[in-house]
Design a protein around this ligand. Structure first.
Ligand SMILES: [Zn+2]
Length: 286
């Protein structure tokens, strides 16, 4: 299948062409995602931008969408879903259960001694890469997401492994993907519209950023999040576990974890709601 070099960015009021070379991951995330279409006239196939390390970012056809018959990207075989000739990335919207399980395991593992960690690792079988092989060497890869933008378009019924990473174990291969990240709380900034929680592991730092969607579910979310600095004053050491999309910071030489889901953030194994309950009880006692 011909390589896709440009895409049509459609909004309710206008349409513009976006070139692969001029597109930045940041622009894609903040503006174009979910709004890119094939640039061939009268073709309505959706286009996704896949971020890969080493300047290998590229456009792909969103699986399940079809190019029109006279489009240069049209592949007859797509219609029958047999031997699809392109590689596709498909999103699976992460379930609350899977997220919760992963965060719980991450926290428990964090509390283990080095010896216990070795034992636990031996118990885990080698994970198989979750890809659906089609005819030929082309594959569909399923990627987890917590971004509500993908909710409607995601493949239900599919499952993918949610990988856990300590902050200092993140690599460029994690960019654009959803991971459970573990780190120690360093500091937080709640002065801006978008709060930032800074975490670290062995001198490797990362900022956790909170998308608007994170607070959409719970109006008290911002206040609850800000209680963590109080907890830090009391406990002096907090373990943060968060499930979010890994990005490369545009300003700093480090990764960022972007959170979309209110349930995707835990402090010492506790959800923000359960922290808030603890807070109230403490006020009652003292
Ligand atoms: Zn097309």
């Amino acid at each position: 299948m011909a390589k896709i070099y440009d895409a049509l960015y459609k909004t309710a009021i206008n349409e513009t062409i976006v070139n692969l070379t001029s597109l930045t991951p940041k622009d894609y995330r903040e503006k174009y995602r979910g709004n890119l279409y094939c640039s061939t006239p009268n073709c309505s196939a959706m286009i996704t931008y896949v971020m890969r390390a080493g300047n290998k970012n590229h456009f792909r056809t969103w699986r399940g969408t079809l190019h029109s018959k006279d489009c240069e990207y049209y592949s007859e075989k797509i219609a029958g879903r047999i031997g699809i000739r392109a590689s596709f990335v498909d999103y699976i919207y992460l379930s609350g259960d899977q997220m919760s399980r992963s965060m719980k395991e991450a926290y428990l593992q964090e509390l283990m001694t080095p010896e216990e960690k070795v034992l636990a690792k031996q118990k885990v079988k080698n994970p198989r890469k979750r890809t659906g092989t089609l005819e030929g060497n082309e594959q569909i890869s399923f990627e987890l997401t917590t971004d509500p933008e993908h909710k409607d378009k995601s493949q239900s019924g599919q499952k993918a492994r949610l990988y856990r990473r300590d902050v200092n174990a993140l690599t460029t291969r994690d960019i654009g993907l959803t991971r459970t990240v573990i780190g120690e709380y360093v500091e937080a900034d709640f002065s801006n519209e978008r709060p930032v929680v800074r975490i670290k592991k062995q001198d490797v730092y990362a900022n956790i950023l909170f998308e608007e969607a994170f607070f959409a579910e719970n109006i008290a979310g911002r206040d609850r999040l800000s209680t963590i600095s109080k907890y830090f004053d009391i406990y002096t050491s907090l373990i943060i576990v968060a499930v979010g999309e890994i990005r490369q910071s545009s300003v700093l030489e480090e990764f960022e974890i972007v959170l979309f889901d209110y349930k995707a953030f835990r402090v010492n194994g506790r959800s923000l709601d359960s922290l808030a309950v603890g807070e109230t009880i403490q006020q009652w006692i003292f």
